[in-house]
Ligand binder design. Structure first.
Ligand code: GRG
Length: 312
């Protein structure tokens, strides 16, 4: 089937089908990540290449690239290696952000994805530089993969622009700035939404839009994919806060949690039950955006449900 659509998609409401569709996609994403790192290894050498590998290849759900690939399929793109090469540009940005976020000067985390964080093994300096190398590597990967896919130059420019916008001051880094400003303060509902729509949501919303751009989708489909991504992005963060409040470090594979760091979360601001209701509302809004635009995409619907059902 084409990624995100086709016959098998009709049965994706069942948990086991969602898991196996995601496992298949994850495998192809892992292969594309290995290809992406092969391109950087000769330049990084023995001091930085292992750090990058630890940060990028040490597990992870790979939600962002899977969203991108699924949206590409939903917008009529034909499955090929190139779309996975494009999709992993999002994961390279995500990996750098986690490596930096875990540093002693940030959250000072010792555990991520059930393993010691890169700076605990390789030290702060090498981790900082290795993570920084992933930012231009992501832009380059996106540009080259768009070419590989035969995306016209205007579309390729738009893809790289979207990636940079979502990763930068108007997106993820801007959200991180709000997070720094929020230290020691209790956030109200509006401030919490604004922070997470940027910090976590911007990259998650860009993922399906980039998939749509790669498939040459028109404005209506692109906007619907972005609205879907926005709803899913916020639902993802609310679910993260619920897991943070209800699961152990062992189950989550990370330490410390936002609860330990005493940050404002959807659970601390709204309580557990209201947080669950809000996550549900965002998932419904995300799925509604697809329906309103007539986008038939079982995997995208299933992914929206998955983000609030996941256990880590
Ligand atoms: C310039 C120092 C510096 C930093 C700016 C660190 C940073 C950039 C941004 C922080 C962004 C961040 C860490 C957001 C957290 C988002 C989040 C919910 C991460 C967990 O994502 P999952 O659940 O993780 O997809 P896996 O492990 O599955 O990949």
């Amino acid at each position: 089937m084409s990624p995100g659509g086709g016959k098998a998609g009709a049965h994706l409401e069942a948990d086991a089908d969602v898991r196996s569709a995601m496992d298949r996609e994850r495998e192809r994403v892992e292969e594309a990540l290995v290809r992406a790192l092969e391109a950087t290894r000769p330049h990084l050498g023995e001091s930085l290449a292992p750090v990058v590998e630890h940060g990028v290849l040490s597990g992870g759900k790979r939600v962002r690239p899977i969203l991108c690939v699924a949206a590409y399929g939903a917008a009529g793109g034909e499955a090929s290696e190139g779309i996975y090469d494009l999709a992993v540009s999002l994961e390279l940005i995500h990996a750098y952000s986690l490596m930096h976020d875990d540093l002693p000067c940030m959250d000072d985390a010792e555990l991520r994805r059930g393993r010691p964080t890169p700076h605990r093994i390789y030290g702060e300096t090498r981790t900082t530089v290795a993570a920084a190398s992933l930012i231009p590597a992501a832009a380059l990967r996106a540009w080259e993969a768009a070419g590989e896919l035969g995306v016209p130059e205007g579309g390729a420019r738009e893809i790289v622009r979207e990636l940079a916008r979502a990763a930068g001051a108007a997106g993820m880094v801007g959200g991180q700035a709000l997070d720094l400003d929020a230290e020691g303060r209790v956030l109200d509902e509006e401030a919490l939404d604004r922070l997470h729509r940027l910090k976590t949501g911007a990259l998650l919303a860009a993922a399906p839009r980039i998939g749509g751009l790669a498939a040459g989708a028109g404005a209506e489909v692109l906007d619907a994919l972005q609205d879907y991504g926005r709803g899913l992005g916020l639902a993802f963060q609310i679910a993260d806060d619920i897991l943070d409040a209800t699961a152990s470090s062992g189950e989550l594979g990370k330490h410390p949690s936002d609860r330990d760091l005493e940050k404002s979360t959807y659970v601390s601001v709204h309580g557990l039950e209201e947080a669950r209701r809000r996550a549900r509302r965002q998932v419904d809004a995300a799925r509604g955006a697809l329906d309103d635009a007539g986008i038939d995409a079982p995997l995208l619907h299933a992914l929206a449900e998955y983000v609030i059902r996941r256990r880590h």
